[in-house]
Write a protein that binds this ligand. Structure first.
Ligand code: EMZ
Length: 385
């Protein structure tokens, strides 16, 4: 085992049972572990609904810390499609040159900064800064807003000693309310103003709907992107030959990014609520009970991926589900992929190697499964190319 390895805790249960039950605040969840079943259930939104009580499809459940429905994440078709139609163009902006240029400027100056330091703690000294600054481009707000986002820490609903921190969530809700007020009196080109002016199926969005979209924009790509960036740095520090290979063979970078996303699967799983009695792998799923689509397990499925526990930088066939699958595939995926592309390009250009100094792992606990999702602390030293 190398320090940057992420072992697969689900292997035995996936091979032997395909499904495993965990408790979550007295609302149990049957985790679906095989890729084929995960895809089938994700596709079948009529039986496995996302439109339950707000917060219930998230594991751990957020029903006790929020009432606002996140949109389009907690809405089923056909309404879901109408919201996607509105939001997709905005969330595809990362494909535009000026968006990438802004991102490149941010990431390039961040790397220049960390090279000048003897060592850094990568989460607070790099990934959180990168995610927060990049979010200002996605929202089309001034970059100075990033300081507020940074002050919230790595998860908008979690704090160090509380996995469901209602007080912290309130900070975000207050911020969003204030921003909507501002946009009402002084419209700009940002996401708040754009949503205030928008219509879905011929109707203006309600304030509650706007909040639902914005909360998702803040929460959905927060710890996931931060872990993805941090885990990538740890991997490249631990595998200098991979950084060299990426530098020498730019043509493999796109595949390498998908492979890193598969391997790290920053979002372990996402829930659904059964609308009727059903079955997965011969296990009964009762109406109104919860399942989770375990992307992290599906992405190590040995019946699909050769050498599933290895990072094969130029892996050719890679049908991973790290961004979900079917109807609810990740709205922020283009932004996340663009961040990874720019990050890898800039690291190849500016950094010769990274020293892995010290780390404290972040292990999630799901029933019998302990899954490394990233780090609480990661100390690195960057050396200029
Ligand atoms: C929800 C979720 C969305 C949830 C794609 O994931 O991300 C979680 O981090 C949030 O806590 O509310 O937005």
């Amino acid at each position: 085992m190398k320090p940057s390895d992420h072992p697969d805790p689900f292997q035995q249960a996936r091979v032997e049972q395909g499904v495993s039950e965990i408790d979550d605040q007295n609302d149990p969840v049957q985790m679906v572990l095989r890729l084929k079943d995960v895809r089938k259930c994700a596709h079948n939104w009529k039986t496995y609904s996302s439109e339950a009580t707000p917060g219930r499809i998230v594991v751990p459940s957020e029903v006790n810390i929020r009432d606002t429905r996140q949109i389009p994440f907690e809405v089923d078709p056909p309404k879901h499609g109408a919201f996607r139609e509105l939001l997709d163009p905005w969330f595809k902006r990362p494909l535009q040159d000026d968006y990438r240029d802004k991102l490149r400027a941010q990431i390039s100056s961040l790397i220049t900064e960390v090279i000048q330091q003897n060592s850094i703690e990568a989460i607070h000294g790099f990934s959180l800064l990168l995610q927060s600054r990049a979010l200002t481009i996605l929202m089309n707000t001034p970059e100075s807003e990033a300081d507020t986002f940074i002050s919230w820490g790595t998860h908008v609903f979690r704090s160090e000693d509380d996995p469901l921190d209602a007080g912290k969530a309130q900070q975000l809700y207050d911020y969003i309310d204030q921003k909507i007020d501002e946009a009402e009196t002084k419209p700009s080109e940002d996401l708040f103003s754009t949503l205030l002016a928008a219509e879905v199926e011929g109707q203006k969005l309600t304030r509650e709907q706007i909040k639902g979209i914005i909360i998702l924009t803040f929460a959905g790509g927060r710890d996931t992107v931060i872990n993805m960036v941090t885990n990538t740095l740890a991997y490249l520090a631990d595998h200098p030959e991979s950084l060299k290979r990426l530098r020498d063979e730019p043509e493999i970078r796109t595949r390498a990014i998908e492979e890193l996303i598969r391997y790290f699967s920053p979002l372990t799983h996402m829930g659904r609520v059964a609308t009727e009695d059903a079955q997965v792998c011969e296990h009964a799923i009762k109406a109104d009970s919860r399942i989770s689509l375990c992307w992290a397990s599906a992405n190590r499925d040995e019946t699909v991926f050769e050498k599933p526990n290895e990072i094969v930088l130029d892996r050719k066939i890679n049908p991973h589900v790290a961004f979900g699958f079917a109807t609810h595939n990740c709205l922020g995926a283009t932004h996340a992929r663009t961040i990874m592309q720019v990050l890898i390009d800039e690291l190849c250009e500016k950094v010769d190697h990274i020293d892995f100094l010290n780390a404290e792992e972040n292990i999630e606990q799901w029933g019998e499964f302990d899954r490394k999702v990233g780090y609480h602390k990661l100390y690195l030293a960057f050396h200029s190319a």
